[in-house]
Design a protein around this ligand. Structure first.
Ligand SMILES: Cc1cc2nc3c(=O)[nH]c(=O)nc-3n(C[C@H](O)[C@H](O)[C@H](O)COP(=O)(O)OP(=O)(O)OC[C@H]3O[C@@H](n4cnc5c(N)ncnc54)[C@H](O)[C@@H]3O)c2cc1C
Length: 563
């Protein structure tokens, strides 16, 4: 079979893997700086509607509103992330948030203004947008500036010359070609990882989840395999969502002052976490609080919208239509009236994502990974939580600037390693020639059940202890041993096989991180029942990892305070 596969060999100056939020801004910035440079994006889906922004959004969540500064932004991020962030990265994001939003506005993104022409703020760090078409706007810009985009190419690994990354390998999910792309520099921008844990909804609704279900951690897995250093996988992210529909609750809290209440109508957050002051509870606690209410028998939990006027409810629906139309349709179909009934909420399954939490590549301020020639931006890059869409744009720009400097200061890429290419081709296409093996779907169900039950999933109220984690590790390694039996009947199933292979790779690293941090720093996101307290004395530091000779090696990195 493998000898029948068509091979596409391509070359570029700057390769960007992932045509999402960060990838589009990186591509544009590279062509802005040097209109002669050849830039290519390899995108697993279609750039017009791919990744987290596919369905649109209604706010830019990271913006320096009047009265705030990049330093106050860092203070907010540090507090919300329970004291541990890469301050250098967060500050560098804060410094460019506003200019990058202005830039995207100039490409056609409607940012909402007040009567004086100022951006309309939503809370301290957000501005309101009409963002249904945000992704097509970014994609059009990329095409306008002459970037080559190859849609429906799933990247599975990097090309290497010694330690240097010199491009990528992957396969066409529609054409079945084997793609070899040689590049002088590479930016990874594939987003975070969904599908590691059993989700809220199952069966045909299993993709009704918070994160993009098609961001399956391919970028993390490719880096892990070649020994890139990763950080903070143990800081998982769990979103607080409208039950079943999985619509965001930030809109309710920030835009419509809806408090969380339990089944008895008690405002438990205000009561239990009053000591957290006027700024309110940090994001992990806002998931931990309601989860504990349910665990302790006071569920279900809701966001109370019964104080809203008819006019406000119309505004609420308009806000959701811009980012989550399903909710409005569901309400209409079920005759649900938010002014009469509170809205039920729950936590999602945990994800790995560097844009809300901080799991990802360990990078320096130039967004350079620990491997020469490889830069990272957006949700795949670690250390800078709460960067959201605009922070991903900033990181894309910084990564592009650094990659161009790198290209101008290094030697040409030499001959590619044929044995490396042949090995990857074999690895990619083997499931197609495996008859009567295990289907990706079966493997995915097993993975998600192990992670849910032993590594702090929904059914365990996100809690875990060492014994459970050790069992999870054993089970995941058993799954790894079965990967050779994966079989695919067509290209779509082949993609599913690689998605589950990547997630199993990531799950092993995640469990090692969860095992290593012996405290509870981020309740719910990382709740250790055997180490229930936050322990700044011993654990105000980063837990990093790197695969060395097949083993996941943990590395500690110090926390550095700038302000
Ligand atoms: C539901 C949801 C709502 C959000 N709402 C807001 C909001 O209102 N405001 C806000 O500021 N932020 C919001 N965010 C956060 C923001 O959208 C993300 O942080 C940001 O889009 C991440 O950008 P990214 O480029 O890293 O990832 P993405 O934009 O997801 O791009 C990743 C790209 O990589 C591609 N890809 C993945 N794997 C591969 C592979 N193996 N090979 C090739 N390509 C690959 C994907 O198809 C995708 O196009 C939201 C996120 C989600 C999930």
């Amino acid at each position: 079979m493998n000898s029948n596969v068509n091979v596409e060999f391509l070359e570029t100056d700057l390769l960007i893997i992932g045509g999402g939020t960060a990838g589009c801004l990186a591509a544009n910035r590279a062509r802005e700086i040097d209109p002669e440079i050849d830039v290519m994006i390899l995108e697993k889906a279609h750039i017009d509607r791919s990744g987290c922004l596919a369905a649109g959004i209604n706010a830019i969540n990271a913006y320096i509103n009047p009265g705030e500064t990049p330093r106050t932004f860092l203070e907010y991020v540090r507090r919300d992330a329970m004291g541990l962030v890469r301050e250098d990265l967060v500050l560098s994001i804060g410094e460019r948030l506003n200019s990058v939003v202005k830039k995207v506005e100039s490409w056609g993104l409607p940012v909402m203004k007040d009567d004086n022409g100022n951006y309309q703020a939503r809370g301290r760090w957000n501005v309101k947008i009409r963002g249904e078409s945000i992704k097509p706007i970014l994609a059009n810009r990329v095409r306008e500036v002459g970037v080559r985009v190859l849609n429906r190419v799933n990247v599975t690994s990097f090309l290497k010359q010694g330690d240097r990354v010199t491009g990528a390998l992957g396969f066409g999910v529609r054409d079945g070609c084997f793609y070899i792309v040689k590049a002088k520099a590479t930016i990874i921008a594939t987003g975070g990882a969904a599908g590691l844990y059993k989700p809220n909804n199952d069966g045909p609704a299993h993709h009704k989840i918070w994160y993009s279900p098609f961001n399956t951690g391919g970028g993390y897995a490719a880096g892990i395999r070649i020994g890139a250093e990763m950080t903070s996988f143990e800081m998982r992210f769990i979103a607080l969502r409208v039950k079943d529909i999985v619509a965001p609750t930030g809109t309710l809290a920030l835009g419509f002052d809806a408090p969380q209440v339990n089944a008895y109508g008690q405002r438990f957050m205000a009561e239990k976490f009053a000591e957290m002051g006027a700024e309110g509870a940090p994001t992990p606690i806002r998931v931990y609080g309601p989860t504990q209410e349910i665990k302790e028998g006071r569920g279900p939990v809701f966001m109370d919208t019964t104080h809203l006027s008819g006019e406000k409810v119309r505004e609420l629906k308009a806000a959701y239509l811009d980012m989550y139309p399903d909710l409005v349709l569901y309400w209409a179909a079920n005759n649900f009236q938010p002014e009469k009934e509170p809205i039920e909420i729950e936590g999602t399954e945990p994800y790995l994502v560097g844009g809300h939490a901080q799991a990802g590549y360990w990078i320096n301020a130039r967004r350079e990974t620990t491997l020469p020639g490889l830069f990272a931006a957006g949700d795949v890059a670690g250390g800078a939580p709460y960067k959201f869409v605009s922070g991903c744009w900033v990181e894309g720009e910084i990564a592009a600037e650094s990659a161009l400097e790198y290209i101008n200061s290094t030697s040409e890429v030499e001959q590619l390693s044929i044995s490396q290419i042949d090995k990857e081709k074999e690895r990619i296409f083997t499931p197609i020639s495996t008859i009567d093996g295990i289907k990706a779907e079966e493997m995915e169900i097993r993975l998600q059940k192990i992670m849910d039950e032993y590594a702090g999933g929904i059914s365990r109220y996100y809690e875990m202890n060492e014994k459970e984690l050790l069992l999870a590790l054993r089970r995941i390694r058993q799954l790894k041993d079965q990967l050779d039996f994966l079989s695919a009947d067509d290209l779509h199933q082949l993609m599913n096989c690689h998605e589950v292979i990547d997630r199993i790779e990531i799950a092993e690293v995640l469990i090692k991180h969860l095992l290593y941090r012996k405290e509870t720093r981020w309740p719910a996101f990382q709740s250790r029942t055997d180490y229930p307290e936050k322990d700044d004395f011993n654990w105000l530091k980063f837990v990093n990892s790197k695969r060395v000779n097949g083993q996941v090696k943990i590395i500690e990195r110090p926390y550095q305070k700038i302000i």
